[in-house]
Design a protein around this ligand. Structure first.
Ligand code: 11C
Length: 335
């Protein structure tokens, strides 16, 4: 069976990646409809050697569509309901519905069964949340997590194509001794780190930090799990990195953790310190897995681990996860 697929926001960084991943995974696409805002409607994009003209996203754009992949942004609040009314299942990469109790928030390696209770919309979590959840779930099953302390090192492409352009331009400007003019980020990002992603909210945490806390609790079905986060933008093009400290209820050694993670779905361990092997964003990009290394016991507490986790946030953190959700929907007969 084939499915008619719409991509809303096809021209952005996530939209491009959605198209790439659909093709790579040989997703059973029937009709493909590429949609965007007025600014991009009428332009063309290619999929499997065929040219597609981008249509305008509006209420009537979803007739006959089975799966509507929303790349993110304000289109979701504006048009997700219209897509559902037209009979499509929406897989939404924006933050609009993630914490809605009527909307499943799904990472297929972690909580695939949550797609079963969807009412038309399934939310794709925030990129840094997805990456962390894939690493936490197998360890939580093995030794019950008590508390998580995470610090992120997030690539500029998390802010879209404009983030990449800003880093490139500023790097050139700094090297030529010219002044830089930040527009995407609050401060210069070239040769700098910015401990501020998205807006500041309750308790002086950023929205990105709250996403990591609240979304992880929902995905793991642990509404009270103690999680604290510091999210930082770094001058890296692609792949988010995370330093994760975990305290457990039960003792788990580094060796046991390595065994558990080696068998976990969607995880690749790179942890060979003798040969200086550990995950790095330069080498994890354009890949679908979550890479974990520097797996070691936290010697300051009795039952703790430290991990270094890296993954391509546009792939596993967005496009790949969304398409995996569509695959799970098909496997579980929920479409
Ligand atoms: C970033 N995590 O790296 C953000 C981008 O909630 O899907 C993704 C925003 C979201 O800037």
């Amino acid at each position: 069976k084939k499915y008619n697929v719409a991509i809303v926001g096809a021209t952005g960084a996530v939209g491009h990646e959605l198209l790439k991943v659909l093709a790579e995974r040989n997703f059973p696409v029937g009709e493909l409809r590429l949609l965007a805002s007025q600014r991009s409607a009428g332009k063309t994009m290619e999929y499997q050697g065929k040219e597609y003209t981008i249509g305008l996203t509006d209420e009537n754009a979803f007739d006959g569509i089975d799966i509507a992949l929303f790349a993110g942004g304000s289109a979701s609040t504006e048009f997700a309901d219209a897509a559902v009314k037209a009979g499509a299942v929406v897989i939404d990469n924006s933050s609009a519905f993630r914490l809605d109790p009527d909307v499943p928030l799904v990472v297929p390696e972690v909580n695939p069964e949550d797609v079963d209770w969807h009412k038309g919309i399934i939310a794709n979590p925030n990129c840094s949340t997805i990456i962390m959840a894939v690493a936490l779930k197998p360890l939580h099953d093995a030794a019950r997590i008590k508390r998580v302390v995470v610090s992120t090192y997030q690539a500029v492409s998390g802010a879209g194509k404009e983030g990449i352009t800003e880093l490139t331009e500023q790097t050139g400007q700094v090297l030529r001794g010219e002044a830089v003019n930040p527009t995407v980020f609050a401060h210069p990002i070239a040769f700098n780190l910015i401990p501020h992603i998205d807006v500041f909210q309750e308790g002086d945490y950023t929205k990105e930090e709250w996403k990591m806390i609240k979304e992880t609790r929902k995905i793991l079905h642990e509404p009270d799990m103690a999680i604290t986060a510091t999210t930082v933008r770094v001058p890296v093009y692609r792949s988010h990195s995370e330093s994760i400290n975990i305290e457990f209820d039960q003792k788990i050694s580094a060796d046991e953790a390595k065994k558990v993670l080696a068998e976990a779905p969607g995880v690749i361990i790179i942890d060979d310190i003798q040969n200086k092997q550990y995950p790095m964003p330069l080498y994890t990009s354009d890949k679908d897995e979550v890479f974990i290394g520097r797996i070691r016991e936290d010697l300051s507490i009795e039952k703790g681990l430290n991990l270094w986790v890296v993954a391509d946030q546009i792939r596993k953190g967005a496009a790949t996860n969304a398409i995996q959700i569509a695959e799970v929907l098909i496997q579980r007969n929920r479409i």
